[in-house]
Design a protein around this ligand. Structure first.
Ligand code: ADP
Ligand code: MG
Length: 263
């Protein structure tokens, strides 16, 4: 089975990146895949949402990026999620500055992940809401980018900045990087606008828009305060079912692709 690294990115805050990273990791784990979730956001929300206390972390992504701890020592198992985590907290904000003077500063994460490529089927990267050096490390490590999009009026604003950054990274730093797809999240079918923006996305981006649609669902928002991914906290909720479908769709796309590569 192949080793795939997916960055969940969007430079806007509050668009559902962390919810997607955590629930996708849990969904892939539920589907029997070995998963590592990397929290690249100093806010540490993906860490907390996986049931790991972000205070006083000794093991985290921070010393890994600075070359102070090997990745196999830094990862922590999330009992709640059924996957491993490279955790983060506010310390990671310092890495941004400390990395600047280091050699190969954009490739630190990629190099670390190469050391554990036999341990996982999927690595999911939860990127911070910026196009910072941390996000850049994520994009340099990734095979693909998953972009969560809220179907609201300003959703497309800023998307071109992100797509341009991805193009630049593809051209200069990581030729294997591609946009895997756009994921519609916090979708509210009762809103005409949601449907209009959704249609617009499909018109512009065609089959780059995932078929799975994540509805606005309060159970997904409640779950982090219980230290659990939504799909563990309430597997029967509409939000959980949608993330499970998304995991299945991602795996199916990958299988399709390896079938064409063989053919
Ligand atoms: P980001 O990581 O992009 O900042 P989050 O995943 O933290 O975004 O989501 C922002 C807020 O929206 C959080 O409070 C989260 O619980 C909530 N949220 C995310 N997705 C959903 C959803 N599908 N339904 C309801 N609330 C959601
Ligand atoms: Mg986040």
């Amino acid at each position: 089975m192949s080793f795939r690294i997916y960055a969940v990115a969007n430079q806007k805050g509050g668009v559902g990146k962390t919810t997607t990273a955590v629930n996708l990791s849990a969904a892939l784990a539920r589907l029997g895949r070995r998963v590592l979730l990397v929290d690249l956001d100093p806010q540490g929300n993906a860490t907390m949402g996986s049931g790991i206390d972000k205070q006083d972390l000794e093991r985290s992504v921070y010393p890994v990026l600075l070359g102070l701890m090997p990745i196999d020592q830094a990862r922590i198992h999330s009992e709640a999620g059924g996957y491993d985590v490279l955790a983060a907290n506010r310390d990671l904000a310092g890495a941004e500055i400390e990395l600047v003077d280091l050699e190969g500063r954009e490739h630190r994460l990629a190099e670390a992940l190469a050391e554990v490529k036999n341990d996982y089927d999927f690595v999911v990267l939860d990127c911070p809401p910026s196009l910072s050096l941390l996000t850049l490390n994520g994009l340099c490590a990734a095979h693909g980018v998953i972009i969560p999009m809220q179907c609201e009026y300003f959703a497309l604003e800023g998307l071109s900045d992100l797509l341009n950054s991805i193009k630049r990274v593809h051209a200069n730093l990581n030729p294997k990087l591609e946009v895997i797809g756009l994921l519609r999240v916090m979708f509210d079918p009762r809103m005409t606008l949601s449907q209009q923006v959704s249609d617009q996305l499909v018109t512009h981006f065609g089959n780059k828009v995932f078929q799975a649609v994540i509805p606005r669902n309060v159970r997904l928002a409640e779950a982090p305060s219980f230290g659990q991914p939504g799909i563990v906290y309430d597997p029967g909720s509409r939000g959980s079912k949608a993330y499970l479908e998304f995991g299945e769709e991602l795996i199916a796309r990958l299988d399709e692709r390896s079938a064409t590569e063989v053919a």
